[in-house]
Write a protein that binds this ligand. Sequence first.
Ligand SMILES: Cc1ncc(COP(=O)(O)O)c(C=O)c1O
Length: 479
Amino acid sequence: MLYELLSEYNRKDIVPMHMPGHKRNTAMLGCDLPYGIDITEIEGFDNLHDAHGVLKVTADIAARLYGSRRAFPLVNGSTGGILAGVRSAVRYGDTIIVARNCHQSVYNAIELNGLRPVYLIPDIDESSGICGSIRPEQVEAALGGNPDAKLVIVTSPTYEGVVSDIKAICGIAHHHQIPVLVDAAHGAHFGFSDFFPPSPVSCGADIVVTSLHKTLPALTQCALLQVSGGLIDEDRLAQALAVFQTSSPSYVLLSSIDRCVRFLDCEKDTLFAAYEKNIRAFDKSVSKISKLKLLCHGADGGDKHEHFFGFDPGKIVVSTRHTNLTGFELAQTLRAKYRIEPEMASADHVLAMTSVCDSWDALTLLIGALLDADRDAKVVPCKDKPVCQRETPQMIMTAAEAAGVRGEYVPQEAATGRISLEYAWSYPPGIPYIVPGELVDAQVIALLRQIADSGVVVKSTKGRLPSEIFCAASSSTCL
Ligand SMILES: Cc1ncc(COP(=O)(O)O)c(C=O)c1O
């Protein structure tokens, strides 16, 4: 194992006349950061960008574990994998079919590669306002209408746990000889038990990017890119990974990836049997909750959400919509009264993430907190629809073209009819409301205002929202 090799190497007391500059001198540094196993690519420790030794073993275990043709360990999260995966599958200026509810990293890939996106707009789950699945018929229609498209990109599961029918989507795309990239940053735990959805790799996806660090025991930034099938050029992919990943990969992170995949390789059956048992018991315990609503948990079956093809039972989305509580207030109660820090809170929901590493005691604490909150909450009739984006602004030019346009700050109220030269989003989940090159219309202005009014922070590339938005200058000659 890589961790043991690193520890053994550290014990040998070899004098490090190489990077990193801390020289493993823990006596001098006097803190417990992992200096002892933090090396660079020295003799005997392989090379991430051309792995033949110990790092290839890690990659091979990962590929075997998920059933992919080849796996690439990633040390700057799914972000690096998405940038490299998209780069490997397209040429500058290509058209791609892409789910609108993709993460910012996909949009960055679109901009960097000068791509023309054709968006797949997910239906909205009206009970919660979160995005539903991408339907295979949408992919079929988009490919039919855009025969020049070179890639399909879908996020499954989404940040909230919504899964799309990746098998059907891949069947359609492959019929057109088009590869599918699945951003499964939140789905590294899929495929190890029937209780969870199948992994996108087993559903036929050509490139699958997963963040080990999000849902499995791995340090932050640890991720994997997996490639399968014959539609992706592995050499281009390897080159792209070298562009988007550091040339000094952290062995602390690499040993965490190694440990994570080996741990699962040996223990997955036991781990996922216990995880399933815990989540089933959790569901039973929260089945009486009636004012709060736990999406696809307890009394709220998946069949109540017509726009969800599937759902990750590891995600617990607690909707406060029909109560006197906001999501922020519920999160604050969880924090202050129960010492539970949720993954995120929004105006009308809270998201709690579980994993194989949660003890039953931890889940019991969450159950107790939710039962108490449900008991104390008051039902408030809620007539308004959830605040979410229902219309996508019109694309006037690609994001890459917009990058070449001269801009100016325009007060948000006066920006209708102008072309945005910046992104605006809330994080998490980091899905843009508007993208450079899109028309600022009345709907998007109203949406940004509604979101800000609900207490959710809207971020923008230039950082001046909500007061000003960076738009194409009225005098710009490029327009
Ligand atoms: C859907 C989705 N894709 C990709 C990413 C990027 O993953 P990472 O943080 O591992 O770079 C995120 C991060 O939150 C995400 O939510």
